[in-house]
Ligand binder design. Structure first.
Ligand code: HEM
Length: 425
């Protein structure tokens, strides 16, 4: 998806040397705000192995801040995402889990090991080790809570946000438990799949005795190395995907589309967001046999350029009332883009990745598709009505099936010294 929605990562523009100079004149706190110097500079106390040396400060996405990173952060190349079920019934345990996760996540996003290593030869190493020597690679770690988190176990039922509804069943859903739900979701994104996997694995290790993995899904898009221009990536059906995403680098747009506020959400969610995950399997073999005209009419856009049908350039306006010489709409009314446009009145921020999970042994077909992820301020007014419309008439339905689903309340960001979830627990 398009990376035009740039987050303000001023701190990232500073080199390590510049940061040190500024620290010397006492300016660092001012410049870095909640980010803090630790996310820029690798500390190296005795016995601590740094898993990575952030040679380019632009490779660190600050972990601390008003919002969690990984939401309006421009998309990295890979995702490794896990849902956890809590095995503890103690709220104290949940609190300490989030405290430990916060510390570990702040360290790993800064390119460090999950914690300081001990030299104890008779103990397992503290960090699993596979990211040692690797750079931070714009790692972000984003935490969210599913509806099941607010059941009777922790006494938090009254705190469940109204927008965190149980998603309805949509037409032609074929949901599978192994790809759906979970008490907690952790979205890990990075420009290196090993860095992303390392982070999720170490968080799962920290959770031992308190939470277990419910599902784990991985995804990719073209890498920044194969497309240094950062043009809109293509999905596995060959079309540019993300063109008409809202420009959330504009704070007013981000507030309108993405960030929860007290109009709909409880105060503890202010600055958070609601994430929808849909695992959407594509019938790739059927798609590959359909004609170019069929494919373009399915999306309402040209395959090569990504432009709306009848237009030349990718970012040309999608004019749905344009008619051809016979009076027929140029962009078919049941095309995906026409329907998802929602008359320009309803918007979501899409942040999905392609997935490929080998082959379906029953049919011999590829098990591949879209790990659809979107963020919205209130899914009752955004994702749900949009998906209701798409599920009933979208031409794309011939080629896709939704097989996994989840809705999660992604917590507000934390400031240094605090922890993710401290507004709730
Ligand atoms: C496998 C499933 C899907 C594929 C392959 C897909 C692909 C695409 C493509 C190629 C576009 C046109 C380019 C662009 O603006 O990004 C698009 C637009 C869009 N899609 Fe999807 N999409 C899928 C599922 C969904 C779902 C489940 C939703 C939300 C319920 C959704 C919401 C949107 C929106 C909001 C737009 C922009 C519409 C506009 O122009 O305003 N898509 N999608």
């Amino acid at each position: 998806m398009n990376d035009k929605h740039l987050e303000n990562t001023t701190a990232n523009k500073f080199t390590r040397r510049e940061a040190l100079k500024l620290a010397g004149v006492g300016g660092i706190g001012l410049l870095l705000g909640a980010t803090g110097v630790n996310t820029l500079l690798p500390s190296s106390p005795k016995n601590e192995q740094t898993s990575a040396t952030p040679t380019g400060a632009d490779e660190v996405i600050p972990f601390y801040g008003k919002h969690q990173s990984g939401i309006i952060t421009p998309m990295q190349d890979f995702i490794c995402m896990g849902a956890f079920d809590l095995t503890t019934t103690s709220l104290g345990d949940v609190r300490s889990l989030f405290q430990s996760w916060t510390q570990a996540a702040a360290r790993m996003t800064a390119g460090k090991n999950v914690d300081e290593e001990s030299d104890h030869a008779l103990l397992p190493p503290v960090d699993t080790g596979e990211a040692m020597g690797l750079r931070p690679m714009k790692l972000t770690i984003t935490f969210g809570l599913g509806a099941s988190f607010f059941d009777e176990r922790f006494g938090l039922a009254s705190k469940r946000p109204a927008p965190l509804v149980d998603l309805p069943r949509f037409n032609s859903d074929e949901m599978r438990k192994e790809w759906s739900g979970g008490d907690i979701v952790v979205q890990v994104c990075a420009n290196d799949p090993q860095v992303a996997f390392h982070a999720l694995r170490n968080l799962a290790r920290i959770a031992r005795g308190k939470a277990v993995l419910h599902w784990l899904q991985e995804g990719f898009q073209r890498t920044s190395a194969s497309d240094p221009t950062g043009s809109t990536p293509r999905n596995l059906l060959g079309f540019k995907d993300g063109t008409n995403n809202p420009q959330v680098s504009d704070p007013a747009t981000a507030n309108e589309v993405v960030w929860a506020n007290t109009a709909e959400s409880p105060a503890w969610m202010a600055g958070g967001s609601y994430m929808v995950m849909r695992r959407i399997r594509m019938r790739i073999e059927v798609w590959d046999r359909s004609t170019l005209t069929d494919q373009e009419n399915t999306f309402g856009r040209h395959r090569l350029t990504g432009a709306p049908l009848g237009k030349a350039n990718e970012f040309d306006e999608l004019e749905l009332d344009r008619k051809d010489a016979k009076g027929k709409p140029v962009v078919p009314v049941n095309s995906h883009a026409a329907l998802a446009h929602m008359e320009g009145k309803v918007k979501i921020l899409r942040r999905g990745y392609s997935y490929s999970s080998g082959m379906d042994l029953k049919t011999g077909q590829l098990d591949a598709g879209l790990l659809f992820i979107c963020y919205n301020r209130d899914p009752r007014k955004q994702f749900i009505p949009m998906q209701q419309k798409l599920a009933s008439v979208d031409r794309l339905n011939e080629y896709i099936t939704h097989v996994g689903s989840g809705l999660y309340a992604c917590l507000p960001g934390a400031s240094e010294g605090g922890y993710i979830g401290d507004t709730l627990f």
